[in-house]
Design a protein around this ligand. Sequence first.
Ligand code: F6R
Length: 242
Amino acid sequence: MQYEIHREYEEMSRRAADVIVEEVRRKPDLLLCAATGATPTRTYELLGERARDERQLFARVRVIKLDEWGGLAPEDPATCETYLRRHLVGPLSVSGDRYFAFRSNAEERHEECRRVEKLLDAAGRIDLCVLGLGMNGHLGFNEPGESLTPRVHVSELSETSMTHPMLREAKGRVTCGLTLGIGDVLRSRRVLLLVNGAHKREAMRRLGERRITTAFPASFLWVHGNVTCLCDKAAAGVTAAE
Ligand code: F6R
């Protein structure tokens, strides 16, 4: 894992957007796996600006949603769907045939996971997987526990996830998580892990222990050969003067 420590969130986000654009230039039909949440918001905004400047840049990019809150209506303000449409899929004009996503309100959740798994298998390997780091080390909704699930699945959400800031604006009640599995993430050609803010310092410290354990799913990124972790000084625990 290559760490890059940036001064603050803005600089980290600019670097993340540059990495994504570089990868798109290398492979215009790149399959991008997209996390939601607070961390990647500025990165996606910057990609939206690039899309405005260069209309064709993302014309062939494909996007797969990393995870979703099960039980909410798709238009609920808290869904990953609402987030991605607002911050990424809309601004980059990703057409329906290039966007693969869980339906938050699917009645048959396991069926929904099989559907997304088939979409992923047909689309091929993820080229670039953009991840955030859960406070408890979760990746997507691969939650800490005795074991991890390799492929797309319904996950029982941890207490930490149930108090995720995204859910503050939820109108409905979340019943589970729908998520790509740890194996799907680890098969990505490249992983971009974004981490910012002092509240992530403890999670960063645990990641830095390089001890692979299902109790901290992000530790599995240490088995992947191509992970770039972009973080800010606050998350890295570096004081502003350093
Ligand atoms: C959301 C997701 C989660 C978040 C993680 C960090 O799609 O996959 O694993 O990436 O909880 O969330 P933020 O960025 O809000 O701190």
